[in-house]
Design a binder for this molecule. Structure first.
Ligand code: SAH
Length: 347
């Protein structure tokens, strides 16, 4: 596999161009074109010899859209092909305040959550920072966005993979995507979701990046959580909550808990009561969603009525909570479903 040019920061590109005998402004032109989502071969501002020298070493298009599915609600889901044939997914969602892209950080995942399609075949490999960045740049470009007028305004690290299990690449990605002169999406408009890897949550708090932290909780007690999330055997909810408090202390940002409602597992009144007790008084929000059923698992979504009752219980109990619409559920919107279907030979 060739190297990935988008892995380099503006400064690193500058050093590279100098090493290749090019003037500084060539590095600036190159950086600008890459941030517009262009392939190396498409860049018209650079001399042919420089482009050829780059193409000898670097991938022309590290992330290609192989397939797009458009939902009736306007959500678009992409299957991205990587240069070694690896597959990941991304989603583009339109909201009133802007457009959000959901990106993947790993090919597959090794966290083993019982309800999630991304983890079915285990972890294949980490994405590099440049591959994650290319997911964003590609989606911005196909919607006609550029650097000044961005069509992607928000990013969620909620595609396949566990972002904190690919720590260095993810942090570099966040720094690159928010860098001035680049596409410059503020960390405040970026959300990172984790299944609760406690040591990395502390490290991430210390990075000084005001990213929104989301934790996949999915249960109010360790026993129930361990039934559906193997990571719960390593890290207790009480330790996750301590790490969340530290994150709040460091960044001043309230944190969010994801809670997917699964019939007969975590959606009873008892669970709601325990959740209220657990989270009362914390600067947090609870994002409920009914499980997106994945054919590889034997888990089912809580009924709509049950989900609404659960929400009411939480809000009556004083928690800040919302029940999310399942955007794109008609197009396999849940994590890893499109890739799993593709690998199975679905069209
Ligand atoms: N590894 C990270 C990012 C995962 S995806 C994490 O665990 O947070 C983002 C969210 O979707 C997580 O909260 C994850 O638990 C949830 N999720 C995965 N599969 C789902 C499904 N089938 N239905 C509902 N939510 C799901």
């Amino acid at each position: 596999m060739k190297k990935i040019l988008q892995d380099l920061t503006a400064e690193e590109l500058s050093a590279l161009a100098e090493k290749m005998g090019e003037k500084k402004y060539r590095a600036e032109q190159l950086f600008h074109a890459l941030m517009l989502g262009k392939k190396i071969s498409e860049i018209t501002t650079l001399p042919a010899a420089f482009k050829e020298a780059l193409l000898d070493k670097f991938e022309d298009e590290p992330v290609k859209i192989i397939k797009t599915q458009t939902s009736s609600d306007g959500t678009e889901k992409y299957l991205f092909g990587l240069s070694d044939g690896g597959l990941v997914e991304g989603v583009f969602m339109r909201y009133k305040y802007g457009n959000t892209v959901c990106v993947s950080t790993q090919v597959g995942c090794r966290m083993g959550c019982a309800f999630c399609a991304s983890t079915v075949g285990g972890l294949k490999r980490n994405l590099t920072s440049g591959e994650i960045l290319s997911e964003v740049l590609t989606v911005n470009a196909i919607h006609g966005g550029d650097i000044k007028k961005r069509e992607v305004t928000n990013i969620v690290l909620m595609g396949s993979g566990e972002p904190l299990d690919n720590y260095d690449a993810v942090v570099k990605f966040i720094r690159c995507v928010s860098s001035e002169g680049g596409i410059n999406i503020s960390p405040r408009n970026i959300s990172l979701s984790t299944c609760g890897l406690v040591p990395q949550m502390y490290d991430f708090a210390n990075e000084g990046l005001p990213v929104n932290l989301t934790v996949s909780l999915h249960a109010p007690d360790d026993e129930t959580r361990a039934r559906i999330m193997p990571a719960a055997k390593r890290y207790k909810i009480s330790d996750i909550l301590k790490a969340c408090s530290y994150y709040f202390e460091k960044t001043g940002r309230r944190y969010i808990f994801e809670y997917s409602l699964i019939k007969g597992v975590n959606s009873d009144e008892e669970h709601a009561k325990k959740l209220i007790k657990l989270l009362s008084g914390r600067p947090c929000h609870v994002n409920l969603i009914r499980l997106n059923e994945v054919k590889e698992t034997k888990l089912f979504a809580a009924e709509d009525k049950e989900a609404r009752a659960f929400l009411k219980k939480l809000t009556d109990g004083g928690l800040s909570a919302t029940l999310r619409r399942r955007l794109g559920s008609d197009i396999a919107g849940a994590c890893g479903q499109l890739r799993a279907g593709y690998l199975d030979g679905d069209t």
